[in-house]
Design a binder for this molecule. Structure first.
Ligand SMILES: *Cc1c(COP(=O)(O)O)cnc(C)c1O
Length: 237
């Protein structure tokens, strides 16, 4: 039997992920267009990422600025780029203007730098605030009790537009535990939205990865970030 080409494989994966998202939306009683897919292309070489774009993945997420900047010019089809990983202040210059959404703002200091660079380029940069919902020392993100204060501080910056929240909950084998974190996050999202803070728009709730995006959709996610299920397992050298 002929071996499947990587293009066929990634194309099939894209269709399968799309099916799973659609099924989860049905189970959740939600419309398919309430959930946006971000194809997480970190460590994946450009030609494989291109196969996903060609199969209909229109948004890509990278977690490192350098890799994003290197890969971006290699892709055709004009995909939208998102920065999903921790952003250092000294890298802000390289990424503002190149991405549709910075998903990982977690401090005023970082927001201040994004404000400064965006103002210099006459841009408004859309961002999500990352919440460390499991309060893990190894992860970035603001703790839930500090979220509102951070949001009101960022709201003063006129070249940043907050669009919602993002999280990476603790790894767990238990579907219930995962749903619990996602539910907590969704509640936080709704509470903040109800407060109608000036200049804070709460429309995007970015949560759910390859191993748990169905649970996330059931708990109100509006944006899932999927890498492994599209591209296969990453080889970290
Ligand atoms: C790597 C990564 C993902 C995708 O993870 P998979 O398990 O491969 O789907 C999603 N979000 C963030 C922030 C990541 O770093």
């Amino acid at each position: 039997m002929k071996e499947k080409s990587f293009i066929d494989e990634i194309t099939d994966n894209c269709h399968r992920v799309e099916e799973r998202i659609a099924e989860a939306c049905v189970r959740a009683g939600r419309a398919r267009d309430e959930v946006t897919l971000i194809g997480v292309s970190k460590t994946v070489e450009a030609e494989r990422v291109q196969a996903a774009v060609d199969a209909g993945v229109t948004r890509l997420g990278e977690n490192r600025v350098q890799e994003l900047c290197e890969k971006q010019p290699l892709l055709t089809g004009n995909p939208e780029w998102h920065l999903i990983g921790h952003l250092q202040t000294n890298k802000v210059k390289q990424v503002v203007g190149k991405v549709a959404l910075i998903q990982s703002v977690d401090s005023v200091r970082l927001a201040k730098q994004i404000e400064k660079v965006s103002a210099a380029q006459n841009l408004v940069t859309p961002v999500l605030v990352e919440v460390n919902i499991g309060r893990e020392a190894s992860k970035s993100g603001v703790f839930a009790p500090d979220l509102e204060k951070l949001l009101t501080e960022i709201a003063d910056f006129s070249h940043i537009s907050v669009r919602g929240l993002m999280c990476v909950p603790p790894i767990s084998d238990s579907s219930d535990k995962k749903r619990n974190y996602f539910a907590k996050m969704h509640q936080l999202f709704l509470d903040i939205r109800d407060k109608k803070l000036d200049n804070i728009d709460m429309h995007i709730l970015s949560m759910g990865m390859s191993s748990d995006f169905e649970e996330a959709i059931l708990e109100g996610s509006t944006m899932v970030r999927v890498g492994t299920a599209l591209f296969g397992r990453r080889d970290y050298l």
